[in-house]
Design a protein around this ligand. Structure first.
Ligand code: GLA
Length: 707
């Protein structure tokens, strides 16, 4: 039994390594008394030591306290006072669900506060459900998914910020007096400029392998707000929920509203420990097909952009098949009749094959891929249209727009968003996928893009409810399809979206150096199996940087490896290098895609290099990445001390993607896990390669195998 009932009113929820405890006295507010490392011997005496905090503060009765919830009753009263009526605890296969059933002590408003434990992953999801039990409508003006009081100390938070082509940059800062707000109102791409996740370090500046960390992820694809209040009390208060200012929820008689889930984890093994919890939970319960290895693919975008044609697609398929790849994805540019999609100004919504470019249609491409022994995938953007399109001409009323205002147009000067709150628009968006799949049942992969913000007034909640209905329908019809979530790059890296998707495109920026920073931040919350990372050309198309092919490979190999390049512009030697890399990646794929992350040296510490590794679940294998992040003559780097290994086992070291003329001194040799973690490995600062491959970038990938 996983629950410890200490008093009638005190409930402790336990996961394998954590405890969250509540005081739930009927006729009083729900209080939270503890969240942290497991306290199996939590006793009433110990609880006397805590000043229990309001678990889910509502506005009104103590009007000076920041609230997680606020409502306006039919008579205009704006106060809410929730009292516990009863609690129930139910087991599910992965843990338990606690429901604290609360009711306003005057008005007919019920709020159920849920906590769901994921025993083996040390996660607890919380959310609320509100029911209007009265006769007249109630307006909810704030409806956070959760609130967590954190005892005052040297508490730091690490959040992710960025923009297009620079997503998921890490920012760590102490929580000082006042407010820290992370808010995203893009509407459609809520992880492009900020992320709905945060790491909270309870022991000062966060470290990767030590220190107590609380991680939080709001599982919601729409607008959100994460807020930290540090005031004159003994607590930092953390709130997270849907951004309410554009979207009051009006609950009619008998109607209910459930918030998205806020996933919380606790680890005393630093940031990497919290990340491992997110990854395990994500792979098992959130990400689509989280236990299935991902295919190695070539995507056409950076290779040909809009210049799609049949011969070109056949050639790219031949090339990726020849390098050992498993999937070819035709990106944007394949559709449009009246308005051919030759650039981003037109055609979204007109999902008919442009037979001028592809005379044999999608069918001949799927057939060719099958003949070449690979799978075929295709790009779509089902939620969008351009004002220059046949779809828009036929259905100008299908787009999101504010009445009596000019339409705000996005990408290409003409892109607009279809209003998924409308059933007929959901039907249309479903037909985009459904028609493709019905005509070509062997399509194995869809890249689902979204390149426009919701720039005009609309209910963001209604949009995302429409999105959920659409995705449910797609998944019901096509449960096995691999679907990539892309939104101008990493604009939809969020646990509210990923349950329908297999992976996401981390960033349109494929520059290896900048990707180290972007992928580092992304890995705080998302596992490598979900992070699409592609080898691209140099100079890089976004930042114009020239890096060595090995460096680009060594970075892409730390995620879900793919290629995004025109192979016909590569030399035979470069293709050979990629062929070898793909074969090496197949060896390490289960370690990367199902393993545990240990981030070793952060690029954000600007030490001139960065390093991370994955260990297999059984600790019999590991793969280590080391990338130089700047190049100054006379740089000296310390030995690389590894992490997460079994100290008592011996591991043989093999360098992958080796181009160096001489093997590393320890190539093929074995060392104990203890030695590797305490003493560490010498990593030469440069790659000693033949003259034609020399570059100012150096990197290593090492495979460790237990004997
Ligand atoms: C977005 C995506 C890219 C590519 C283009 C196509 O920018 O992030 O990967 O698919 O759209 O227009």
């Amino acid at each position: 039994m996983n629950v410890l009932v200490l008093l009638a009113s005190i409930i402790a929820l336990n996961t394998a390594n954590t405890t969250m405890a509540f005081q739930a006295d009927p006729g009083a507010e729900l209080k939270i008394v503890y969240y942290g490392a497991k306290l199996p011997d939590l006793t009433k005496g110990a609880l006397d030591n805590y000043s229990a905090q309001r678990a889910y503060p509502c506005y009104g009765v103590i009007a000076t306290e920041e609230a997680a919830f606020a409502a306006i009753h039919p008579d205009g009263n704006r106060t809410v006072q929730l009292w516990v009526e009863d609690t129930s605890l139910q087991a599910w296969e992965g843990g338990q669900v606690l429901c604290v059933n609360c009711k306003d002590n005057y008005y007919p408003l019920r709020v159920k506060i849920y906590y769901k434990t994921f025993r083996d992953q040390d996660m607890i999801e919380t959310w609320i459900e509100t029911v209007n039990e009265g006769k007249k409508p109630v307006t909810l003006t704030r409806f956070d998914s959760g609130h967590l009081p954190i005892r005052y100390d040297d508490v730091w938070i690490s959040t992710l910020y960025g923009t297009w082509a620079n997503e998921a940059r890490v920012n760590s800062e102490p929580l000082t007096r006042g407010w820290k707000m992370i808010r995203n109102i893009d509407g459609a791409r809520n992880s492009q400029t900020s992320h709905a996740e945060v790491m909270i370090s309870l022991d000062g500046k966060p470290r990767e392998d030590a220190g107590r960390i609380i991680g939080a992820a709001l599982c919601w694809g729409g607008n959100y707000e994460l807020r930290f209040q540090t005031n004159d009390s003994d607590y930092h208060h953390f709130f997270a929920g849907i951004y309410p200012e554009h979207d009051n929820v009006v609950l009619a008689k008998g109607k209910s509203f459930a918030t998205p889930h806020l996933a919380l984890t606790f680890s005393d093994s630093g940031l990497s420990g919290a990340s491992r919890n997110f990854h395990r939970w994500g792979r098992k319960y959130m990400l689509r097909h989280g236990d299935v290895e991902r295919r190695i693919l070539l995507n056409s975008w950076e290779g040909v952009y809009f210049k799609i044609n049949e011969a070109g697609m056949f050639q790219m398929m031949d090339d990726i098949a020849g390098m050992g790849g498993e999937l070819f994805v035709m990106d944007d540019g394949w559709f449009g009749d009246k308005y051919p999609r030759n650039n981003d100004h037109t055609s979204l919504g007109d999902w008919v094959v442009d037979t001028r470019k592809l005379p044999g249609g999608v069918g001949s491409l799927v057939k060719a891929a099958t003949e070449k022994g690979i799978k075929f995938g295709i790009w779509v953007e089902p939620e969008m249209t351009n004002t220059v399109s046949e779809l828009y001409e036929a259905h100008p009323d299908w787009i999101v727009k504010s009445e009596n205002r000019e339409i705000v147009q996005g990408r290409g000067g003409t892109q607009v968003v279809l209003n998924l709150a409308k059933k007929e628009v959901q039907d249309f968006a479903f037909s985009v996928i459904d028609n493709l799949m019905k005509e070509n049942p062997d399509i194995a992969y869809i890249k689902w893009d979204a390149n426009c913000k919701l720039a005009m007034d609309c209910s963001n909640i209604a949009y995302w409810e429409g999105f959920a209905a659409l995705c449910d329908r797609v998944r019901e019809a096509y449960p096995d399809l691999t679907i990539q979530d892309c939104a101008s790059g990493g604009g939809r890296a969020n646990w509210g979206v990923l349950p329908w998707f297999d992976e996401f495109w981390v960033s349109d920026n494929t520059d290896a150096l900048q990707r180290i920073y972007i992928q580092w931040g992304t890995s705080y919350f998302f596992p490598a199996i979900a992070m699409a990372a592609h080898i691209s050309a140099t100079p890089n198309h976004t930042v114009r940087r020239t890096t060595s092919l090995k460096y680009r490979i060594d970075v892409a190999m730390s995620g879900r490896l793919g290629m995004e390049i025109q192979p016909k512009d590569m030399t035979e030697e470069e293709k050979d290098i990629c062929r070898k890399a793909i074969s090496d990646y197949k060896r390490i794929r289960p370690i990367v895609q199902f393993g545990d992350i240990h981030r070793l040296v952060s690029p954000y510490d600007e030490k001139g290099y960065a390093s991370m590794m994955y260990t297999s679940e059984k600790l019999d294998k590991a793969v280590v990445y080391w990338w130089r992040t700047h190049n100054f003559y006379d740089d000296h780097f310390p030995r690389l001390r590894l992490s997460g290994l079994d100290p008592d086992r011996k591991y043989k070291v093999t360098e992958l993607n080796r181009l160096d003329l001489k093997p590393l001194a320890y190539e093929g040799k074995s060392f104990s896990g203890r030695f590797l973690m305490e003493s560490g490995l010498e990593i030469p600062a440069t790659n000693n390669v033949k003259a034609s491959l020399r570059s100012d970038w150096s990197s290593r990938v090492l495979l460790l195998e237990a004997e």
